[in-house]
Design a protein around this ligand. Structure first.
Ligand code: URA
Length: 210
């Protein structure tokens, strides 16, 4: 495998992330930025997808042209905040198969509790990209990857917007084979399990709840 951690330091990604971090950014703008940034991150996470060639006709001549090889990839949203990343990526890869893992974080123990699991068939033959904007303690992300592996997935990547060093370390320990792609690794987690400086509660900010 390539690097366990890939930080997408592209200026467009970093600029959009700065806007998203700001308290004054309204819900509608936050959601739009998340959609845009998810596509830039998806570009990076799919960089090494395999291609075949097929014969096509251009208006000028015949050529051997590349196309994506193998099974359609599977996007798995870790509910509920994962859906904010999912929508944008699906615009870029409309034929992807989609799964959902429902885990909520117990606010006292910070441990994940499962309430929903539905994923595409033949996960073992697909690249599986699990999406969740915030890799904080890593507890729910690691639990979601555990479930995906139990369902047969062997080639998994984890796409998030922001990570804490604690979450990156936890994922590396539990799932060293899973590449993390993120826009930034922040400083630390606070006592409530929030990423510092972070952007607050990603779900609340994208859905306008509180
Ligand atoms: N989940 C969030 O939405 N934000 C954090 O900072 C940590 C976990």
């Amino acid at each position: 495998m390539q690097n366990h951690l890939t930080i997408v330091d592209h200026p467009l990604v970093q600029h959009k992330l700065t806007l998203m971090r700001q308290t004054t950014t309204p819900t509608a703008v936050f959601r739009q930025l998340l959609r845009e940034i998810s596509q830039l991150l998806a570009y990076e996470v799919t960089r090494e997808l395999e291609t075949d060639t097929k014969t096509i006709e251009t208006p000028i001549c015949q050529m051997q042209a590349p196309e994506l090889a193998g099974r359609k990839l599977a996007l798995v949203s870790i509910l509920r905040a994962g859906n904010g990343l999912l929508d944008g990526i699906l615009e870029l890869i409309p034929s992807a198969r989609v799964g959902f893992v429902g885990l909520y974080r117990d606010e006292e123990t910070l441990k994940p509790v499962q309430y929903y699991f539905k994923v595409p068939s033949e996960l073992d033959k697909r690249l599986v990209i699990a999406v969740d904007p915030m890799l904080a303690t890593g507890n729910s992300s690691v639990a979601a990857i555990d479930l995906l592996k139990q369902a047969g997935a062997t080639n998994i990547r984890f796409l998030c917007l922001l990570a804490a060093p604690e979450g990156v370390a936890r994922m590396k320990e539990a799932h060293p084979d899973v590449q993390i792609v993120t826009a930034a690794v922040d400083d630390h987690l606070n006592e409530h399990g929030y990423i510092v400086p972070g952007l607050g509660d990603a779900g609340d900010r994208m859905f306008g709840t509180k």
